[in-house]
Design a protein around this ligand. Structure first.
Ligand code: PFF
Ligand code: NA
Length: 444
């Protein structure tokens, strides 16, 4: 049968969670918000909101053993067929995958740059990167195509032979590379400085933006709000302790983010570079540092970018699987047909995203001061994913039989844990998301 084993599920869910969000995004936003204090807020957001919603998605999927649309309908108290509309969230995955694939393409290009072509100064590094995204359309399309075809090839093979196998191979390799980089960082003088930056709280840089960034990152990093966790846990036997598995996945994701942060800040501080470098951190600041380390630097650079590829590709396949399952089960499409259709959509959207950053086509693809790439990111991360998380929490808190949830929980843990989780999902999570939205539209 085309289903996950327990360990296969944990690896695949961890593979989905651990991605560019951990190794690229978490370090740069931590840098922007000044380190330790932001890390504490982030950890609280993961514990009270991220993990709560993660368990929620797992419960919905494992209980119904079906695609996102069917899962909502069969888990609801009333079996109201209109809950199928909650499956709008699977389309967010397709949009995220479009630009995620473009970014993975840049990273693939940087694997080659790392071999022999590292920039010798910050100026050259900035030029290399800016040139790639604003002028080099051919390279970007080439690498985006390679990434897209890889993703399509893997999901064509299905859950067991495609996704489970991919994670079985790449996740251990990723762990080995990160471990190696960590050991190297440990030998640097700046290691303790990096630890201090990451874990010593300076509350002066914390404002409401930081809180919202932490909340958004908690959803993104745990792959919530696009139906990935629902879809993956739908392929998991009902006997598996889903509470324990969820905690494990959230823990792995958090540990990887913290380790990636410690490694990257040790590298940055060793070179006397700034911690607040923004999104260009891994594409501009790090390559210059690697260049200064000579041949060893090339080895570290290749390892680093390969780690990013491995982490990213396992996340990428998890973005398309929910929408495939949706079409396969609800519209009785073959996996091949669904994959070709959805694959073409994200591939073309990706090209639109990359063209929208180019100096030649950018202007035509910019609407209301945001180019298409930024729009795709904004609409998914700031609107669709939080909205989906809101609907999930309201759904479980008010439209699902409490007894059913209590029964699943108490099979694996005790009533106290259930009551804490239930209050969080029913009151705290929806409230936090409403605050997030109100802040976005400028009301508070
Ligand atoms: N969790 C991934 C990361 O941290 O990079 C990104 C992601 C994967 C988001 C899958 C959403 C998703 F469904
Ligand atoms: Na993540």
């Amino acid at each position: 049968m085309n289903r996950f084993s327990r360990i296969g599920f944990i690896l695949a869910a961890a593979g989905s969670a651990v991605g560019l969000g951990n190794i690229w995004k978490f370090p740069y936003i931590t840098g922007e918000y000044g380190g330790g204090a932001f890390v504490i807020i982030y950890l609280l957001a993961i514990l009270f909101i991220g993990l709560t919603v993660f368990i929620a998605e797992s419960l919905i999927g494992q209980n119904s053993q079906a695609n996102v649309a069917t899962s909502f309908v069969t888990t609801s108290k009333s079996k109201n067929p209109n809950w199928k509309y909650a499956s709008f969230m699977v389309f967010a995955g397709l949009i995220i995958l479009s630009f995620y694939s473009v970014v993975l393409g840049w990273i693939l290009k940087y694997v080659f740059i790392s071999i022999s072509d590292l920039p010798a100064s910050s100026e050259i590094a900035a030029n290399t990167f800016n040139n790639l995204i604003s002028k080099d359309i051919i390279s970007q399309i080439f690498f985006h195509t390679i990434v897209s075809l890889t993703v399509i090839w893997i999901v064509l093979k299905g859950i067991k032979d495609g996704i489970e196998k991919l994670n079985l191979i790449l996740m251990p390799l990723l762990a080995i590379i990160l471990f190696g980089l960590f050991i190297y960082a440990l030998t640097l003088n700046s290691f303790s400085k990096s630890l201090e930056f990451m874990f010593y709280a300076d509350w002066s840089k914390i404002n409401s933006d930081a809180l919202l960034a932490a909340l958004g990152q908690a959803f993104f990093t745990l792959s919530l709000g696009i139906g990935t966790i629902i879809t993956y846990s739908a392929s998991l036997s009902k006997d598996v302790n889903i509470i324990k598995s969820s905690i494990l996945v959230a823990l792995v994701d958090t540990i990887v983010a913290l380790i990636a942060g410690v490694i990257i800040f040790a590298f940055l501080f060793e070179a006397g570079a700034k911690s607040a470098a923004g999104p260009g951190l891994v594409f501009i600041s790090l390559p210059v540092i690697f260049e200064h380390w000579g041949t060893l630097g090339n080895v570290i650079a290749v390892s680093f970018f390969v780690a990013l590829i491995f982490a990213g590709i396992t996340s990428a396949v998890s973005m398309i699987e929910p929408v495939l399952m949706f079409f396969i089960e609800r519209f009785h499409m073959s996996r091949k047909k669904a994959t070709i259709m959805c694959g073409s959509i994200f591939y073309i959207l990706g090209i639109v995203a990359l063209l929208s950053m180019s100096s030649s086509y950018g202007a035509q693809l910019t609407f209301f001061n945001k180019n298409a790439f930024d729009w795709m990111d904004y609409v998914t991360s700031s609107i669709m994913m939080p909205l989906a998380a809101f609907i999930i929490s309201i759904f479980l808190g008010y439209f699902v039989d409490k007894k059913l949830l209590e029964k699943i929980f108490t099979k694996h843990t005790n009533l106290l844990v259930f009551n804490i989780w239930y209050s969080l999902i029913k009151y705290f999570v929806p409230l936090a998301i409403i605050v997030l939205f109100l802040n976005q539209i400028g009301v508070i």
